[in-house]
Every structure is written in C-alpha cells, then in structure tokens.
Design a protein around this ligand. Structure first.
Ligand SMILES: NC(=O)c1ccc[n+]([C@@H]2O[C@H](COP(=O)([O-])OP(=O)(O)OC[C@H]3O[C@@H](n4cnc5c(N)ncnc54)[C@H](O)[C@@H]3O)[C@@H](O)[C@H]2O)c1
Length: 250
C-alpha cells in the first residue's frame, strides 16, 4: 500500500473526484479528513465507505474559499493527527459568455478554484514546517488549462493559474521536504459534468476528442493522485500532469 500510515485531507470530498481520491487513498492505507461545504448524508456515505476499509476518518465542514474556515478546517483536522497530504480538489464551474460575465461571477469562481488552493497550501505548509514534517500537496486543475470551451473565461484562467501556483509553491517549500504537484483531469464522470454525460448532442463531440474514447472515472484521478502523493514520486515536484485519456495530446 502506497500511503500506509499517512493522513490525507481532501477538500470537496463529498462527491465526484474528491470522493474518488479519498477512497483510493484509503485503499492505499491512508486515514482521511473529508472536507466539504456541509457535513451531510453525502459526506457520511463517503465516511462510511472509508471506515469499512478499516481506516480512520473525520468529516470537517468548511468553505475553503474563506480564510477563517481554512484555518478552522486545519485545526480540526488535527483531531485525527498531523496531516501529511493535502489534496486541493474543491472547485466550481459556471458557464457564462465573456461579454455577460460579472465581477461577482469572476470572483466566485476564482475564489473557490484558485484562492482556496493557495490558502489551503499555505495553512498546510506553515503547520508542517513548524512541526518539522515533510508532506505532499496535489492541486486539482483542469483540462481547460489547455483547451478552450465556450463560456469559461473565468473558469479556464482559474485552472491554468494552478500550474504557476504549483511551480511557485514547490520552489519555496522543496527544501523543507514538501512536494507540490498538479493534476489536470479531463472529462470525468461526476455530478459537475452530468449534464454533458446526459446530452446526446454534446457527449459524442467531446468523446471524439479523447484518444481513449470515453470519460474517465473519479478513481482514475485518485490513482494518479496516490502515486504523486506517495514515496514512489519522491523526486517529482512542481509538475502538472494531464489525466485526460489523451485529450490534450490528441
Ligand atoms: N468532472 C470533471 O470533468 C472535471 C474536469 C476537470 C477538472 N475538474 C475539477 O475537479 C474538481 C472536482 O470536480 P468534480 O467534478 O468532482 O465536481 P463536483 O461538483 O461533483 O464536486 C465538487 C465538490 O466540491 C465541493 N465544494 C465546492 N465548493 C467548495 C468550497 N468552497 N469548499 C469546500 N467544498 C466545496 C462541492 O460541495 C462538491 O462536493 C474541481 O476542482 C473541478 O474544477 C473536474
């Protein structure tokens, strides 16, 4: 098992990719802190699945786009023990034509997708460095860092910027033994993109651009994240990896 004895905090783990990552990490031996906006039936289901694997689990609700919540989430996570791995997964997508985009829509998306990753990474690194612990951070970006889809002039920059965030943080904390990498998922079967999967017009057009000819599954992002978080990736930092079934490369 790649992550035996580690504690991982996954933001937005109540469903979708975050849930997939949390479950793969638990299979690989990690105890899990599940963060999401609410502690509800969804987070309890994820927690139950992880407990059934024999792992410890803690649900900490909090909006990671807000500084006060970020600090509280990391403080409460300590109940499970010192956090070794952070997965910055929480994100939102809205679709708005460029000429109609408002300041509020821009801020909402960049605050959740980008500012939260910076704040969580800082909260994680401060604690780890203070306590003399090494660690790993996985930032979740998007295929849209490299592909133009209509109505995403706010979403796409928030995801491309995560590459720069990843490189810059990795350069400042590498000496302290903290590795920082980014995964750009392609089309992954989650509630966020269910409308694409259920559209008989849009889905075939998208799938035609993917070399493997199908959407990915949340646990396929989890497997890549588990590798990057593990000692198997001990000399990898500052990188961005497309896990997209061959969409960007096609
Ligand atoms: N599904 C895809 O095809 C796809 C592709 C590329 C990138 N992504 C990215 O992957 C990540 C996960 O996406 P998903 O498809 O699983 O989405 P999803 O909407 O299915 O799940 C996202 C989860 O994050 C939580 N969340 C949202 N805002 C939050 C906040 N401020 N604080 C805490 N939790 C919050 C939601 O409540 C939800 O449980 C996002 O960053 C998304 O941009 C998804």
């Amino acid at each position: 098992m790649k992550l035996q004895g580690k504690i991982a905090l996954v933001t937005g783990a109540g469903q979708g990719i975050g849930r997939g990552i949390a479950e793969v990490f638990a299979q690989e031996g990690a105890d899990i802190v599940i963060n999401d906006l609410c502690a509800d039936e969804r987070t309890e289901q994820v927690a139950e699945t992880i407990r059934a694997m024999g792992r410890r689990v803690l649900v900490v609700k909090g909006d990671v786009s807000k500084r006060a919540d970020v600090e509280r989430v990391f403080d409460e996570a300590q109940k499970l023990g010192p956090v070794d791995i952070l997965v910055n997964n929480a994100g939102i997508e809205t679709i708005v034509p460029f000429l109609e985009l408002t300041d509020q829509q821009w801020e909402d998306v960049t605050n959740v997708n980008l500012k939260s990753e910076w704040m969580c990474a800082q909260a994680f690194c401060k604690r780890a460095i203070q306590e003399g612990r090494k660690g790993a951070i996985i930032n979740i970006g998007s295929i849209q860092a490299a592909r133009v889809l209509p109505g995403r002039t706010h979403y796409a920059p928030s995801k491309l910027a995560i590459e720069a965030l990843t490189r810059n943080i990795s350069a400042e904390v590498g000496q302290q033994g903290i590795r920082v990498n980014c995964i750009h998922p392609g089309l992954i079967d989650t509630p966020m993109i269910r409308w694409v999967l259920e559209s008989p017009d849009i889905l075939p057009q998208v799938v035609a651009q993917i070399s493997l000819g199908r959407p990915g599954l949340p646990h396929e992002i989890g497997q890549a994240a588990a590798f990057l978080a593990s000692e198997e990736a001990s000399y990898i930092t500052g990188q961005s990896l497309y896990v997209d079934g061959g969409w960007v490369g096609k």
